[in-house]
Design a protein around this ligand. Sequence first.
Ligand SMILES: [Zn+2]
Length: 427
Amino acid sequence: MPSARSTTVRDLRRSNRSRTLWALYLHGPLTYQEVATATGVSLATVSNVIGDLLRTGAVVEVGSEGSNGGRPRGLFHIRSDFGYVLGVDVGETAVMVELFDLGMRALASHRSLTRHSRLDPDEVVEQVIEGIEAVVAESDVDESDVLGVGVGVPGLVERRPADVGAHDVAGATEAVVYDQSIGWGTVPIERMLRDRTALPLVVDNGANTLGQAERWFGAAKDRGNAIIVLLGAGVGASIVSTPDGDTGAFAAELGHTKVVAGGRECVCGAKGCLEAYAGADAIVSRYDHLKRRTRAADPREVEERTLAILAAADSDHVATQVVDELVEYLGVGLGNLVNLFTPERIVIGGWLGHALDDSVLPRIRAAVGENALARPFERLDLVRAQLGTDAVALGAATLPVAEFLHSGGVRARSAAATHPQAAEPLA
Ligand SMILES: [Zn+2]
């Protein structure tokens, strides 16, 4: 057993390394002085920590900054090829797997359509494993250089004690997924994947991974209070309520908050949910209803049909009405969020969000204004997401990056990922 004192010293070193890495990752390249200012760690300690990280290769000197005639000061950054991360987007009709370097440059991607009209856990696991193997092979990255795999899934993600198994470590937990809308009762997705790959895994809700990507690199960067809304077949949200870039966001099942008492039936079984009015499925079935079509839409055609309806909003009066209703109900749903959380910014993302015409966003903001209290609405801006429709996979890939930064630059292996104390430190 290590003594309490050596544990404390080690924890402090880890904490200093972690704070330094976070500062460099989110704001680098930085000088020693800038890291010290950003982290509140003393200049002498920062210089030692960066010295360590330079030796391990996690950090690299990328140039220097002139210092008013004095000695030029070195600029340091995370070395982008120090390790690689994978991001997985388990979408409504397809599974996307992408491989990134630590600079979040996409090096390979693989997309496979689901065969079933509803997501099937076993099929999803097959697709994820196939995608991981494909992108690792395509990118020529050594699997031992992969820091981890982040997986963005629909529904509620909870952690529970891990089942005893080959990888089990006392106190370990694993992610399970509940999604009433797609009939996922208690799917032990992490264990199912862990049985098939030795790579470290981190699972989170897809809207939350999109939110993390937008917080780190996109429209919610440096915003302490923001809500990132994922509009697709379903409706999700990630709510950021602290000023820290790395923590403090949670996923909200916005799609299943009620906008009409006793309203339309929702896929979750309840009535009047926002998703039954503002999701892509709802847009297509509303359009068909108004056109007096009765054929049920194939889920795999929903995206294409939704895009066609949005594109026809100028010329087809039924499409116009559908978009008007979409704006109105989003106004109610998002207005409730504004009253609850007083965000300074709402970011609209997801493939449906990206497909909305530029003229629609100000109309959504105005509709929010009709439903929110004046004071919280005053300071609200509403913008489109910046990172494109692949941002769920990108965001999922930030999950293992966050683990790496939190651990102070530890390259976790396999089940040790969730137990940094069991992994080999770099220095
Ligand atoms: Zn619902």
